[in-house]
Design a protein around this ligand. Sequence first.
Ligand SMILES: [Mn+2]
Length: 320
Amino acid sequence: MIESITKAIKKFERFLITSHINLEGDSLGSQLAMADLLKNLGKDFVIFDSSRVPDHYRFLPHVELVRNKMDIRNTKFDAAIVLDCPTLARTGKVKEAVEKAGYIINIDHHVSNERFGDLNWVEKGASSVGEMIYKLYKKLNSEITREIALFMYIAILTDTGSFNYSNTSSATHEIVSELLGYGIKPYDISKSIYENKSLGDIKLLARALLSLKVIENGRIAYIVVRKKLFNETKARETACEDIISFARSIKGVDAAVFFREDIKKKGIFHVSFRSSKGMDVNKVAAAFGGGGHKSASGCTLRGNFEEIKRKVLKRIKSEL
Ligand SMILES: [Mn+2]
């Protein structure tokens, strides 16, 4: 598969690079690493994403290349490279531009990937798309610099939960060991990403934890964050990123659920799932039109909150 990807990259000249809405470490790191790979090969590219770069990733070089607006009528691409994205709909408003590009290269590691591309390289066993891009560099014999190593490291670091999740393997550590050889500083990176919170973010965390409930004899834990909490605490949307791990960390919990009301759109709720001990939460998210990985997934629902909560908890109970 990787050969057809390298062939396509060599064949085309002008690329659209994109990823999923709500950018995070893997989507951002893999896009920036892909951009440098294309640059190394003398190709043209534009990075166009639906969401803005979160504040705690603004320390990365080249983030200014990430565009959130584009006049697609006057732009022509030979191909679109879609990274870390299980469905085309997850590219958000970039979907139209991807379709217009005419040829789609889909590179991903989600089990729920819908193979929407003309070329689909989906590696369920990869820790992150960053790890897959690393393999592309090796395959193409392309030079890795300190900056490129940083992009890949961030993708791997964040998608493995700082090397804690079950997707962490000896291969992951071997790659990371090589990346560290380029002189990147794990402590500085970790500080920039994880210790850059506002006071409001922490106040929101405190309030969110107060909402934590356990059901089914402690086997399911869930947390709820309603819209008004953002106003009351002055937290940023990204403050919610890893609150769900507190629910999963409780002894005896098989599955954790995090409900977050959308700040802008009325009646929209984002639901995340995390499991331990092998429950397949990708299946649970898929039942509501979402997806992800076996032990980490999500979906978005519209409607009355109590009704959504009831439906979601009923579905996850059936997996116990
Ligand atoms: Mn990923």
